[in-house]
Design a protein. Structure first.
Length: 103
């Protein structure tokens, strides 16, 4: 009986983590697409990749999971540039981009 409770609890915990990770990834993807469109850039591969994760305090002082996602974009031609989107909980903290050529 105890083993079943532990197993179910672990499955629920895994599902909660997976759901939170997917929500953060979709938030980062939407934010980076919007930023690229606003700056008239092309987001390459329409993909963000998790590059780091940790705990950080939010503005209210509560601990939340902080995730960093990398993405690639282009301004002109075949040159690829990198960017990073930082998500804290359910909010985008920042989007930073490499300097890129404008022509």
């Amino acid at each position: 009986m105890f083993n079943n409770i532990v197993s179910i609890s672990l499955l629920l915990l895994f599902y909660w983590y997976w759901q939170a990770a997917q929500t953060a990834k979709m938030l980062a993807l939407h934010a980076t697409k919007s930023r690229c469109m606003a700056l008239e850039l092309l987001m390459l591969d329409e993909y963000v990749a998790l590059s780091g994760m940790g705990l950080k305090r939010n503005a209210a002082g509560k601990w939340q999971v902080c995730r960093c996602y990398t993405f690639e974009f282009a301004s002109i031609g075949d040159e690829r540039y990198n960017g990073v989107c930082t998500v804290l909980g359910d909010r985008v903290l920042s989007i930073t981009m490499q300097p890129y050529r404008i022509e």
